[in-house]
Design a protein around this ligand. Sequence first.
Ligand code: ADP
Ligand code: MG
Length: 254
Amino acid sequence: TGINFEKYDDIPVDASGRDPPAPITNFEEADLEPLLLENIKMSGYRVPTPVQKSSISYGRAGRDMMACAQTGSGKTGGFLFPILNESFRKGPSEAQGGDGRGHYRSRAVRPIALILSPTRELTMQISEEARKFCYRSWVRPCVVYGGADIVGQMRLMERGCDLLVATPGRLVDLIERGRVSLSNIRYLVLDEADRMLDMGFEPQIRRIVEKEDMPGVDERHTLMFSATFPRDIQMLARDFLKDYIFLSVGRVGA
Ligand code: ADP
Ligand code: MG
């Protein structure tokens, strides 16, 4: 499955926006957190894909990004690597805000990273990858999706949830039940944004991102991924991203 590294040099990669930083060239010389580098190697990754080369570099520069890339281009690492590199570097107290604000007695979990994805299968795949890259770190990944027992998911969340992978509908439900608070979010990812809109999730996505306790666009890092870049995705990018770099890998449809 996955990636044909032979054809790498043929893939056109284009970055636009204000001063996009240069992509990293390989994992070893990217000055990654040692634990993240170890976990990447243990997962069998040797060379970063084009999306990963750019996103690691943009993550370090604190930039938002909108990446258009096809299935199989390594988008999962593309968002997990910059998020985990920064989170491992800062450690739990700094990454979580450190001032104890909002930690009143409540059963809500307060993840620092939220990844929205359209389907149960995709959320599960992302959380499995995340589990490998988070191995032996303080970051605890957690996954929730619709069509499954919500009580069981709430129990698992209560054991620890720093990085939450969620389908939009189920997340809205958990927020409304007071089980998830967005107040600590530092990283927001919309994966397969075009598919989420095709499935009719735009109202839920807007309810989540525009919720009053979600940190504003200046207080969080936002990364969007989509195979295509039609008008409705352009509008979401305009509303959710700040000073973003537009990255296209391969040919992108409109
Ligand atoms: P996308 O989300 O763009 O469809 P994925 O992130 O799911 O792509 O990656 C597709 C497959 O390639 C997965 O099996 C993943 O583990 C593998 N993969 C991703 N990046 C690398 C890499 N740098 N080296 C080796 N395998 C990779
Ligand atoms: Mg994917």
